[in-house]
Design a protein around this ligand. Sequence first.
Ligand code: GRF
Length: 189
Amino acid sequence: MKKLVFFASGSGSNFQSVIDAIKNKEITASISGLITDNPKSGAIERAKANHIPVAVIPFSPESHFSVQIEQKLAEWKPDLIVLAGYLKKVPDSIIESFKNQIINIHPSLLPKYGGKGFYGQHVHKAVIDAGDTVSGCTIHFVNGEYDRGSIIKQIEVPVHPDDTPTSLGKRILTKEHKLLPYVINQLIK
Ligand code: GRF
């Protein structure tokens, strides 16, 4: 059975979508662990509720951040690493060791509205300010540059004239929860 490791900083709803897909037998895989930089991440409770091991590895220059992550990955031996709302840059050493085995989900139609600073509501505000009528979500492989690895799959989502960043973000998130399990399933098959 293929092993997944998740990295998440936020509420962890995308992480939950894969936990649920595994429970519902839509994906045949196991989740070996969750890595988070944020001790308050909602993903931690979701992991604990499902008996998934958690490593809280906050970022600081003195923390041997990359070594701690490398040690966890050596222990958990993932076939696929999933960045699901992880707000730190994954160390280059890890990107090198797991070429084409790390994916990220992003709430826009990359290459639009990607890169440093484009996360959460900032993405949706930029889409609305630009007057775009379509946005969406993207899953891509992770390379050394933020949001720039090759695109695996996207879903388009309409932008409504009265949308706020919050309403648009919610509409996109429901599609993310479909896209992520789908792509993981395709990749591990
Ligand atoms: C999602 O919108 C994802 O695309 C982005 O961060 C958000 C994470 O949401 N990278 P959640 O923590 O999975 O609820």
